[in-house]
Design a protein around this ligand. Structure first.
Ligand SMILES: [Zn+2]
Ligand SMILES: [Zn+2]
Length: 118
């Protein structure tokens, strides 16, 4: 089992004005509280749905469902550590690294698919 912490932090959507009020991110399908783990996955505590951060969409009072922006999610994930006052630096480094890999792969896939149209 990967290590996990409650996902409580700011909104990871680019240009969203929510940067001051940490939110307890809930799964919209069941309203269960979510967690983040050191593999860069978000999991719902209630229904157990799990997936990489890059595949989740985020809705807050400022906008409808949107994907997380990489720069913003890196910041948001590191603030979870401050908010929960966790000493385990390794956990957060592993998590941010895992998320980085997700975004890098997505970028390469997009590059490959646009090459198909040349
Ligand atoms: Zn759920
Ligand atoms: Zn937002």
């Amino acid at each position: 089992m990967p290590k996990e912490f409650d996902f409580v932090s700011y909104c990871p959507v680019l240009n969203c004005p929510n940067g001051n009020t940490p939110l307890y991110w809930k799964h919209y399908k069941c309203l269960g509280k979510t967690t983040i783990n050191d593999l860069g996955q978000i999991r719902c505590r209630k229904c157990d749905e799990i997936g990489p951060v890059i595949d989740w969409l985020f809705r807050c009072e400022h906008h409808d469902f949107q994907p997380a922006n990489f720069q913003k999610i890196s910041f948001v994930l590191s603030t979870v550590q401050q908010i929960l006052d966790v000493e385990d630096d390794d956990f957060f480094m592993d998590m941010v690294d895992a998320v980085k890999v997700q975004y890098r792969k997505r970028k390469q896939q997009q590059k490959t698919s646009s090459d198909d149209y040349k």
